[in-house]
Design a protein around this ligand. Structure first.
Ligand code: DHB
Ligand code: FE
Length: 287
């Protein structure tokens, strides 16, 4: 059967993608950010998954005010890196896993979560920047990501957004879905976006180190408590775009301790300010 063996959590700042694509990773400003992912890049090589289930948010790229799915699962064979206004990032096409994605859609919908099924979607920085941070830039001689990816898009852009509790519960349902797939696959689940940042209005530039670090503590040791944080607290404490952090609860909800197993091992924890307008947070948890 398929198994979830680890979860990865990371911010997704678009300027990180630009720094990578323009060869700026060793500049003074960016060096500490990328250093924080050296462990994760090696860990990915040592613990290569068969599939990554990648929870992310689209930033009015594939979706718009025309259509706003709360939860959308990608069941396509592949996804093109999106053009967000300055051309697509020079990163590989994302290969999907249509069979596992379709199985998860079937199982999770039957567990009473209404997913939108997406067979065509360009993926923006919300998905490609976490892949770049964890996998580096694949060599031209073998220009592909290390494994297939199932994109799972969450609406955190246009209110109403899903609650943390619903996200945690959805993660639990995704775990059951994966564990009922009849093929031995090693699956990692990623929660992306955050940490504190606000891009607009009088509080633009807001960063809250204390709150972010308390959230990291809670993600590790008290996910059920973190699920009770109301959305208004994210906005007040972590800024209007800090609400992206509810997506981390989907990945956390899929870990075994919430299904009666042992607490996950913390393999890596990293926090850094600044990266563009955002506080960067990163965790790797293993079963
Ligand atoms: C920034 C952060 C984001 O999460 C995003 O989607 C866009 C911009 C930033 O820090 O600039
Ligand atoms: Fe964002």
């Amino acid at each position: 059967m398929a198994k979830i063996t680890a979860s990865v959590f990371t911010s997704h700042v678009p300027a990180i993608g630009a720094a990578l694509d323009l060869g700026k990773t060793q500049e003074d400003y960016w060096k500490p950010v990328f250093q924080g992912y050296e462990y994760g890049k090696q860990w990915m090589k040592d613990n290569k998954p068969d599939v990554i289930f990648l929870v992310f948010n689209d930033h009015a790229t594939a979706f718009s005010l025309d259509m706003i799915p709360t939860f959308a699962i990608g069941t396509a064979d592949s996804y093109q890196p999106a053009d967000e206004g300055w051309g697509p990032r020079p990163v590989p096409v994302v290969q999907g896993h249509a069979e596992l994605a379709s199985h998860i859609a079937q199982s999770v919908i039957q567990q009473d979560f209404d997913l939108t099924i997406v067979n065509k979607m360009d993926v923006d920085h919300g998905l490609t920047v976490p892949l770049s941070l964890m996998c580096g830039q694949p060599p031209q001689s073998d220009f592909k990501w290390p494994c297939p990816v199932i994109p799972f898009a969450v609406n955190v852009v246009q209110y109403p957004v899903p609650s943390g509790q619903r996200c945690l519960n959805l993660g639990k349902a995704i775990r059951k879905a994966v564990e009922s797939f009849d093929e031995d696959l090693n699956v990692h689940i990623w929660g992306t976006g955050g940490m504190s940042h606000q891009l607009q209005g009088p509080r633009a530039g807001l960063i809250n180190r204390e709150w972010d670090n308390a959230f990291l503590d809670q993600m590790i040791a008290d996910p059920e408590g973190a699920a009770k944080i109301p959305h208004i607290d994210y906005v007040r404490e972590a800024g209007s775009e800090g609400i992206e952090l509810v997506m981390w609860l989907i990945a956390r909800g899929a870990m075994g301790d919430l299904a009666g197993g042992a607490a996950p091992k913390v393999k890596h924890r990293f926090y850094h300010v600044p990266a563009s307008n955002t506080a960067v947070g990163h965790l790797i948890l293993e079963e």
